[in-house]
Design a protein around this ligand. Structure first.
Ligand code: GLC
Ligand code: GLC
Length: 848
């Protein structure tokens, strides 16, 4: 069952019922200002850091239900009122549609002969969310409508906002001027930033105090002001500040009118933050302090305030807000900004596009998967309908992996991110597990000691250089723990990452796991018996015994990549040193890390096997299969293929591969959080879509294109669309996990959007299945596709040049390039050169 359809031409998903199985959301913003928006206009906005700089409020422990708040509109038409997005008023609509597009969402509703379309977007390079509201009268008589807007201000620090009521109920502060409501809470003390919500039309009323608008016992569904049809003209003074406008709109039959609302965020210089300060301004300049004037009547940049702050407070310098309001004061200006956003995305997405025999694959590759890669790059695991934004900042391992699917889009931003991440590394090569995007400082609450972390940095840097050819990044002076005096070239950070593994080996010469490796829930040094303790930070063991076969596989793979990079930069001694370590690691894996039919997962603190046929539960895990094969273990002697066959046999389901099997039915103190989840959920035998990609990649490496693609289609959202009622989450983005075969609700997804699944699946399909892989000196063409395919084309921009690649498969094989030509000339091997000539090149590869 579907709740909408893909509109590939406009790069949209069109939702046709407001009652999707869960709220289906989209993200607005591509750099500083971000918003989450659901198909019924729920969600919130923030600037850069969802915890420390939250602009609008959201009750996140209601998630994933969409009652937490939003940017809402109510249309009063006679005695009736309704919302264009159905919620929050929840009056039945004669028409409803939500179009989630690239960085914008359009919601359209109609009732009683009036239609309302709201386009929400964040213009490029602007710290603002625009709402373009178009009202149309589809009847034959005049309609007199009252439109109410509503957002609720968050008191900036989302954590404090949800905990420190005793103080916060007395801090809320606003200014009203013209048609604009300014959120100035804490501005008088240590903040030099404010937000505002304005409209480009005269208003007939406003509210800035939530209780006055909603009523003490009211709700978003039927705010008292809307029911009454009259704003309270309230000025927030403590309690909960909000912003609501009331605009009267008269529409002749067939007439349409558009209003533009701007939700903006402004930073002022500290010593220029006030327009005037109490006691320093002559009475004449104070202006009319009683009646709000429309913003159109206020000269941009004027210091004259038409409504001064209450209680004799200082008044914000609004120069920048005026400029922003002026910029978006007309529909034409808004349309122009909207078209620029569309163009921006068309350009970004043209960097990799394909035409395969599978329409669903094309829409994932060409549109939605790349879009999600941008979202995960921007937000890591911080803000979604499953991540509160309070708990986590940017993850070290997460963001490094997110780069893999993003680096081709905007390499410069990837470069900056790499340096930010590396700057939170610790001198011993370990890393802070997370950092806050606003301060860029490592989070002390979680600390470090996740022993996979350092290796992901190496992988990200390798991917960046292969994409760009920019080796100079290796020389960038980069500090440890953000301490400037410790700065050393980035290449030294990579060396320390590698050495962190080499210096931390356990009894079987396999890497010690630390608090956890990629699997956050395999906590082999935790041994927690106290409820409420964090499995991620509690450590009861010295950590010198428990080993990870997954990190071993990662080291074999990433260590070899590092050695190759060192060789490329002329550091042969370092390359040889690490190659030797990689060989030793492979030997250790094959000696003590293979269990007969698959790779083991780990050794626990007792030195006992984890993920072995000897175990009663959790006999086989997915992660080590993927990474040991990527690390080239067991390739020659058939052990790798055997492991992949075991994945199929024990982990495979119609909805994807489960993480481990059988699931853990009771709590194993020596394993930690993994055994806390009911069987089939999350890391305990759930289908973790992130690591499904590693098996696709491993299958592709083993030249089994049929299998690789089969796994691809089991979890790719465009393919899950047809059973949306089971899957329940957005059919246009990956979810972190889908309940596994042991779960009561097999096939039901959770944690959509912010997951390494996005980047890894993009890598799997674009680089391994379609086989277009950036390399140091060019692009490698090495497809692993279904034998049934006749061929496909890919257009790839690479270091300034455009490659139009046609792959033909006349012999219907799964892999193997038989011949390759570039611009009509035969090429030996399967790497096409990096032309860097801004030209267009024609590439033809024939498989066979
Ligand atoms: C979550 C975390 C990620 C971790 C994974 C497996 O997705 O963000 O860091 O690797 O879970 O536990
Ligand atoms: C839980 C989740 C895991 C996530 C971790 C982050 O353990 O199961 O997916 O990575 O929390 O703290």
């Amino acid at each position: 069952m579907q709740f909408g359809y893909f509109n590939d031409a406009d790069k949209e998903y069109v939702i046709t019922s407001p009652k999707t199985p869960y709220p289906w959301i989209n993200y607005l913003g591509s750099d500083g200002f971000f918003s989450l928006i659901s198909n019924t206009a729920g969600g919130y906005s923030f600037y850069k850091d969802v915890k420390l700089r939250r602009i609008t409020r959201f009750r996140y422990n209601n998630v994933p239900l969409d009652l937490g708040g939003g940017r809402y509109y109510y249309i009063c038409d006679g005695d009736d009122f309704w919302s264009p997005g159905w919620a929050p008023a929840k009056k039945e609509l004669s028409f409803y549609e939500c179009r989630h597009g690239m960085g914008y969402t359009k919601i359209k509703g109609a009732r009683n002969g009036v239609s309302a379309e709201v386009t929400y977007f964040v213009p490029l390079n602007e710290n603002a969310e625009i709402h373009k509201v178009t009202l149309k009268n589809d009847t034959k008589s005049i309609k007199k409508i009252r439109l109410f807007s509503f957002i609720e201000w968050c008191l900036w620090n989302a954590q404090d906002d949800s905990t420190n009521f005793q103080r916060n109920f007395s801090t809320g502060a606003v200014e009203i001027e013209g048609s604009v409501i300014y959120h100035k809470t804490e501005y008088k003390e240590r903040r030099d930033h404010y937000a505002f919500f304005g409209v480009n039309a005269p208003i007939s009323g406003f509210d800035s105090d939530r209780e006055s608008f909603i009523g003490t016992y009211g709700g978003f569904e039927a705010p008292e002001a809307v029911v009454r049809g009259e704003s309270g003209n309230s000025i927030a003074n403590g309690w909960s500040p909000c912003a609501s406008h009331c605009v009267d709109v008269e529409l002749a039959p067939g007439e349409e009118k558009t209003l533009v609302f701007v939700l903006g965020y402004i930073e002022n210089e500290h010593d220029k933050k006030w327009a005037y300060q109490t006691g320093t301004l002559s009475e004449a300049n104070k202006g009319d302090t009683t009646s709000p004037k429309p913003v159109s009547q206020i000269a941009a940049g004027a210091l004259v305030q038409s409504y001064s702050a209450p209680n004799g407070e200082n008044v914000i310098d609004k120069t920048k807000a005026y400029a922003m309001l002026k910029k978006y004061a007309t529909t034409e200006a808004v349309d122009k900004a909207f078209n620029e956003l569309k163009e921006y995305w068309n350009t970004l997405l043209s960097k990799y596009s394909c035409k395969t025999p599978e329409e669903k694959t094309d829409r994932m590759v060409n549109i939605w998967n790349q879009y999600q890669c941008m979202v995960t790059f921007n937000l890591s695991r911080s803000a979604s309908y499953f991540e509160s934004g309070i708990g986590r900042g940017m993850g070290f391992r997460d963001s490094n992996q997110d780069l893999l699917g993003f680096v081709h889009q905007i390499p410069d931003r990837a470069r900056e991110r790499i340096i930010d991440l590396a700057s939170t590394q610790l001198e011993d090569g370990g890393a802070y597990h997370q950092y806050q995007p606003l301060t860029k400082k490592g989070n002390d609450e979680i600390g470090g000691n996740f022993n996979d972390d350092p290796l992901w940095l190496v992988l990200a840097v390798v991917a960046y250089i292969k994409e760009t050819g920019d080796y100079s990044i290796l020389d960038v002076p980069t500090p440890f723990d953000n301490k400037p005096e410790t700065a050393t070239p980035l290449s030294d950070h990579l060396k320390r990452s590698i050495d962190h593994v080499i210096n931390n080996l356990g009894p079987h010469a396999l890497p010690l796991i630390g608090r956890a490796d990629w699997n956050d829930c395999l906590n082999l040094n935790c041994f927690s018996t106290e409820s409420g303790e964090s499995f991620q930070t509690t450590t009861s063991k010295d950590g010198r015994v428990a080993e990870s076969v997954m990190i071993a596989g990662m080291f074999a793979y990433i260590g070899e990549e590092y050695a190759e990079l060192m060789r490329k930069t002329g550091n042969t001694a370092e390359a040889d040193r690490v190659d030797a370590e990689v060989e030793k690691m492979r030997a250790a894996i094959m000696k003590d890390g293979y269990d007969g039919e698959w790779f083991l997962r780990a050794y626990d603190d007792f030195g006992k096997k984890v993920g072995s046929k000897e175990n009663e539960e959790g006999k086989i895990f997915i992660e080590s299969q993927g990474f040991c094969i990527l690390g080239k273990c067991g390739i020659e002697d058939g052990k790798a293929l055997k492991a992949l066959d075991s994945c199929d046999k024990y982990l495979g389901t119609k909805y994807g591969l489960v993480l481990n099997n059988p699931g853990f039915t009771h709590y194993y103190v020596e394993y930690g959080e993994i055994s806390t989840y009911p069987c089939g959920y999350k890391e305990n035998a759930g289908i973790f879509c992130h690591n499904n990609a590693w098996i696709m990649i491993a299958e592709a490496v083993m030249k089994r294109g049929d299998k690789a693609f089969d796994y691809y289609t089991r979890i790719a959202p465009a393919y899950t669309e047809e059973y949306s009622e089971v899957h329940r989450l957005e059919p246009y983005c990956y979810a972190q996990m889908v309940a596994g075969k042991d779960a009561k609700r097999f096939g039901e997804a959770k944690n959509s959007w912010l997951t390494g699944t996005a980047s890894w699946n993009f890598v799997a399909i674009s680089q391994y299945i379609l086989g277009i892989k950036p390399d140091y000196d060019g692009i490698e063409i090495d497809p692993s596709i279904p034998a049934s395919w006749d061929g496909y084309t890919v257009t790839r921009e690479f270091r300034g040049a455009t490659y139009n690649i046609t792959v033909k498969n006349p012999a219907h094989v799964q892999a193997g390039v038989k011949s390759l030509t570039v611009d009509g000339k035969a090429v030996d091997g399967n790497v096409i050169p990096a032309f860097t000539d801004n030209g267009v090149h024609t590439v033809e590869a024939v498989l066979g």
